[in-house]
Ligand binder design. Structure first.
Ligand SMILES: O=C1C[C@@](O)(C(=O)O)C[C@@H](O)[C@@H]1O
Length: 240
């Protein structure tokens, strides 16, 4: 079926996109504080950017974040250096996915398609929903390339196929949206054009079939992210 569940949320193309707010801070105390703010806000879900965190007892922090989120689902993400995050060995990446897969405070796991251990990571994620991902911080690849990546994620078993690319012109945004609409007929996609030109892509998901978007309360985790309030107001315009 062309819809999926993460925690208590149902996501589907054509519905109002769910708003995910990143927790992207180094200090574990600040991360719990940010989770509390997200729990009390109108955001739908949180994303813990584990690559931004300083060394910590991760399972214990996940316990605290789960409580602070007060029932809102958590997406667990380790963004690698190749895609705008931090250095990590393949072994450590897998061990982080293992921690996420075994923790009841994690509702979905981000796994990078380009990871050398993508297949193993998909297996380790087990029954947790996977948001497979690809990021390009300099350009928007060809339509063919973007569509091939999204379809590969879906075929590998991801519940949501996500790409975030950099729009260097309005045409780049239009190309991403065309690919989004084509794939959204078949499965759940989450697409974002990063940067100033791409900002519109963060609010028009309902029209093109993207199932979620990222917005900030405190810490931004990517270029062009809008505030939670602006994102909500923008989504309202497309929720007819
Ligand atoms: O993949 C994404 C999308 C994102 O890069 C954005 O552009 O909003 C923000 C990241 O935190 C998240 O993991």
């Amino acid at each position: 079926m062309n819809s999926t569940r993460i925690g208590n949320l149902s996501l589907a193309p054509g519905q109002r996109p769910k708003i995910i707010v990143p927790i992207a801070c180094a200090s574990p105390e600040e991360a719990v504080d940010a989770a509390r703010a997200i729990g009390a806000s109108s955001a739908d879900m949180a994303e813990l950017r584990v690559d931004v965190l300083s060394e910590t007892d991760l399972p214990a922090l996940l316990d605290e974040i789960r409580n602070a989120l007060a029932g809102k689902p958590l997406l667990f993400t380790f963004r690698t250096a190749a895609e705008g995050g931090s250095e990590v060995t393949p072994e450590r990446y897998l061990s982080l996915i293992q921690t996420a897969a075994g923790h009841d405070g994690v509702d979905a796991i981000d796994i990078e398609l380009a990871s050398p251990v993508f297949d193993e990571a998909m297996k380790i994620a087990g029954s947790k929903p996977v948001v497979a991902s690809f990021h390009d911080f300099s350009a928007t690849p060809s339509n063919k390339e973007m569509e091939a990546k999204l379809r590969k994620m879906k075929e590998a078993g991801a519940q949501i196929a996500k790409i975030a690319v950099t729009a260097n012109s309005p045409v780049d945004v239009a190309r991403l949206l065309e690919v989004t609409a084509r794939c959204a007929k078949d499965f759940c996609v989450l697409t974002i054009a990063m940067g100033k030109d791409g900002a519109v892509s963060r609010i028009c998901g309902q029209a093109f079939g993207s199932v979620a978007t990222f917005a900030t309360i405190r810490d931004s985790s990517a270029p062009g992210q809008l505030s939670l309030e602006d994102t909500q107001a923008g989504l309202d315009q497309f929720d007819l």
